[in-house]
Design a protein around this ligand. Structure first.
Ligand SMILES: NC(=O)CC[C@H](N)C(=O)O
Length: 304
C-alpha cells in the first residue's frame, strides 16, 4: 500500500477544512499555536514510517494522555479498576459535570475528564513519582527521549482549571478520590501538558495495534484482553459526544486531545497520528477527523 502517496494526497484534500474550526483558548497557552499547523505520521507494525507536513513538531497531547494513564493503571489494578470508573460512552462533553451527580461520583469512562482524574488518583496511589513515571512510560513506548512536559501549558491549565477542580472535589466528596485534591490536579495537568510529535505518538500507539506487546522490544505491557478493552473504549468513548460519528465516518479506535492531535489504531497493522489545532464544537480536531476519514476511505481499511 502506498501510504506515503495517500497521506500526501490527504494533506492536500483537507485544506478546505482550515478556518472551519477554532484553536482551543480555554487553556490560554494553547491559543498561541498557529492554526495552520498540520501533520500526519503512520507507523506500521512491519517497521515503516510515513509522514507529511509538521509531523516532527511537538504539540500538547492533552487528552490523548488519558490512554497512557489507563495503560499504566490497568495492569496494576486489573478488573478492580472498573469499580471506580465505568466503561460506557457518556454522550456528553469531555468536561461535563452533570452525569457525575446522578451516578454518585463514578465517572462514565476513563476518557472523559472525571474518569481520567480517577485514573490519575490510582496512579498516585501506586507510584511514588507518578509524574516521572508518566514521562518514562511515554518515552519508552515512543522510543524517544525528546518527549517532555511543556510547563507553560501546565501552568496555564492550573490557572484556568476550575472545572477540573470541581470534578475532583465532587468525586472526593463521594470517596472516589483518595489523594489530596491539589495533588490529583497537579499530576493530571502535567499529564495533559506532555508535548510530543505525530511520529512519536504513532510509535507509542503501536502498542495497541500489537495486542499489548511493545512493538520494538517485545515486552508485554498489557494482556491481550486489556489491549482489546482499551481499544474498545477508545472506539466508544475516545471522542466524547462525537464518538458515534467518529466510528461512523472513520471506523477506528482512536483518541483526541484539545491540542488538535488524534491518534487511531488499526489492530495488526498500524497506528496513525494527525495534528491540526483547529477544533470543532466537540473539541476534536476539525481537519484531523477529515484526514482520518479520508485515510480509511482511501485505504479501505477500518476495523469493520
Ligand atoms: N479534551 C481534552 O483534551 C481536555 C484536556 C484538558 N487538559 C482539560 O482537562 O480540560
Amino acid at each position: 500500500m502506498d501510504y506515503q502517496g495517500i497521506i500526501e494526497e490527504i494533506a492536500a484534500l483537507v485544506r478546505p477544512e482550515f478556518g472551519k474550526g477554532k484553536v482551543a483558548d480555554y487553556i490560554p497557552a494553547l491559543a498561541k499555536v498557529p492554526a495552520s499547523k498540520f501533520g500526519i505520521a503512520v507507523r506500521t507494525l512491519s517497521g515503516d514510517t510515513f509522514q507529511v507536513g509538521d509531523a516532527e513538531e511537538a504539540f500538547s497531547i492533552q487528552s490523548i494522555s488519558k490512554v497512557f494513564a489507563l495503560a499504566q493503571a490497568y495492569p496494576i489494578y486489573g478488573e478492580a479498576l472498573w469499580e471506580r470508573v465505568g466503561m460506557e460512552p457518556s454522550g456528553n462533553p469531555f468536561n461535563s459535570l452533570v452525569q457525575l451527580e446522578y451516578e454518585k461520583g463514578i465517572p462514565r469512562n476513563p476518557f472523559i475528564n472525571a474518569g481520567a482524574l480517577v485514573i490519575t488518583d490510582m496512579l498516585i496511589e501506586h507510584f511514588p513519582k507518578p509524574k516521572t513515571r508518566m514521562l518514562d512510560f511515554i518515552r519508552e513506548l515512543s522510543g524517544s527521549d525528546d518527549v517532555y512536559y511543556d510547563y507553560e501549558v501546565t501552568r496555564s491549565e492550573r490557572e484556568f482549571g476550575f472545572t477540573n477542580a470541581a470534578l475532583v472535589n465532587f468525586m472526593k466528596s463521594h470517596y472516589n478520590i483518595k489523594a489530596p485534591v491539589e495533588q490529583v490536579l497537579d499530576v493530571y495537568f502535567h499529564q495533559c501538558s506532555v508535548a510530543m510529535n505525530c511520529r512519536e505518538l504513532a510509535s507509542a500507539f503501536l502498542l495497541l495495534a500489537n495486542h499489548g506487546v511493545h512493538p520494538r522490544n517485545g515486552q508485554r505491557i498489557l494482556t491481550k484482553s486489556q489491549a482489546k478493552r482499551i481499544n474498545a473504549i477508545m472506539l466508544t468513548c475516545g471522542f466524547y459526544d462525537e464518538a458515534g460519528e467518529f466510528a461512523f465516518c472513520v471506523g477506528l479506535p482512536g483518541k483526541s486531545g484539545v491540542g488538535g492531535g488524534i491518534v487511531a489504531v488499526i489492530p495488526n497493522e498500524l497506528s496513525i497520528a494527525v495534528w491540526s489545532p483547529e477544533l470543532n464544537e466537540h473539541g476534536n480536531s476539525q481537519a484531523g477527523i477529515k484526514a482520518l476519514e479520508l485515510f480509511t476511505t482511501m485505504t479501505e481499511m477500518s476495523i469493520f
